[in-house]
Design a protein around this ligand. Structure first.
Ligand code: OSB
Ligand code: MG
Length: 370
């Protein structure tokens, strides 16, 4: 397929409910979308970079010029067989993995449409049904949080994850566990603790959590290994796993027992598959993380979650938890048993609502070969 043009745009999308983590609260998302125009087919990719450099160094205002000046020019005018070849074409650029993922994934999306194959099969998926969990942010009160958990448990989600930080942790977990002793429960600290808090973190062990996600520094592996030795609860790494090499390091030194794979965080589908494979070799189960994606990112997460080692419920949940109206059709919905059945249609199996996307677009640029 020949990559004739690339369109980059920003959408402003209000969230139906604010989302708060240990690094802050947001009430909308700025969604960057990449469209790869290839011989009459449009492939779509979503850049998961946030509104600010808090989850990682990347944010929407680093992604935009990086795509414009370096990543789009690296692929424009090229003819490729497979979406994964984009990773090699963009390899000269260091970092900027979320920006790269948006471009690479758009090309996988185009490839799946051209081959008339489901994207999930192209990625090497084997599951036709994926298990879903939810990530629930920090609320104004513990009672508000309990109400939210009640709704999601009733909806059938197979794992509840809550965000924690110093001051919003043990009392919160205590209240949850006294009401629901048996639900599959985990927590995510987004790097809110330090190694001298081992004693405090050991108290999490009493709550029978499936995992504690990213307790320490976002770029750390070594100290997580020291912490994991002291905890009964499994550590899951999110932020610090940025490619297959870091996943192998974490597995080899025992920094975690579970890994969260986010396709944007590792730079695209080809690296996400490599991380998946490394984890499988090391017998580390993985699950698909989320970044409050709109429909295109959400559909891509569903496709990725069909790979065999995605054996734990992911943060892949229904569109209506985030958006009044999603940008794909049908919206992502989750069955009452907490699963999504994957479509056998070519591409993602979801139609992109281009009219709605145009209406939500607040800036747009199209790049062509120079
Ligand atoms: O750490 O997993 C995270 C959202 C934004 C940034 C980081 C994270 C999250 C989530 C939400 O937990 C997952 C989702 O529902 O998309
Ligand atoms: Mg996380």
């Amino acid at each position: 397929m020949k990559i004739e043009a690339i369109t980059l745009r920003e959408l402003h999308m209000p969230l139906v409910h604010f989302f708060e983590t240990s690094f802050g609260r947001i009430d909308h998302r700025s969604i960057l979308l990449v469209t790869a125009h290839c011989e009459g087919i449009d492939g779509w990719g979503e850049c998961v970079a946030d509104e600010g450099p808090f989850y990682s160094e990347e944010w929407k205002e680093t992604a935009w010029p990086t795509i414009k000046h370096f990543l789009a020019p690296a692929v424009l005018g090229k003819t490729i067989e497979h979406g994964k070849e984009a990773a090699g074409l963009m390899a000269r650029v260091r970092g900027h993995r979320m920006a790269k993922a948006a471009v690479e994934n758009a090309l996988w999306d185009a490839e799946a449409q051209i081959r008339q194959q489901p994207l999930w099969r192209l990625l090497g998926g084997t599951r036709t049904e994926i298990a879903c969990g939810v990530s629930i942010g920090i609320q104004d009160t513990i009672d508000h949080l309990l109400d939210k958990i009640e709704t999601e448990v009733a909806a059938g989600y197979r794992r509840i994850k809550v965000k924690v930080k110093p001051g919003w942790d043990l009392q919160v977990l205590e209240r949850i566990r006294s009401r629901w002793p048996d639900i599959v429960l985990s927590c995510d600290a987004n790097s809110a603790y330090r190694l001298d808090e081992i004693e405090h973190l050991s108290k999490f062990d009493q709550f029978n959590l499936l995992m504690i996600e990213q307790p320490l520094w976002n770029d750390d592996i070594y100290h997580h290994a020291r912490l994991q030795k002291e905890l009964r609860t499994a550590i899951c790494l999110d932020e610090s796993i940025v490619n297959a090499r870091t996943a192998a390091q974490a597995a080899e030194i025992g920094a975690c027992r579970i890994i969260n794979i986010k396709v944007g965080r590792v730079g695209g589908f080809s690296e996400a598959i490599a991380v998946h494979d490394v984890c499988q070799e090391h017998k580390i189960p993985v699950w698909c993380g989320g970044m409050l994606e709109a429909g295109i990112g959400r559909a891509h997460n569903i496709a990725l979650s069909t790979l065999p080692n995605f054996s734990l419920p992911g943060d892949v949940s229904a569109s209506k938890r985030y958006w009044a109206e999603d940008i794909i059709e049908p919206a992502v919905s989750v069955a009452s048993d907490g699963t999504i059945t994957v479509s056998d249609e070519p591409g993602t199996g979801y139609r992109v609502k281009t009219d709605l996307i145009e209406r939500l677009t607040i800036r747009k640029e199209t790049f062509r070969p120079s």
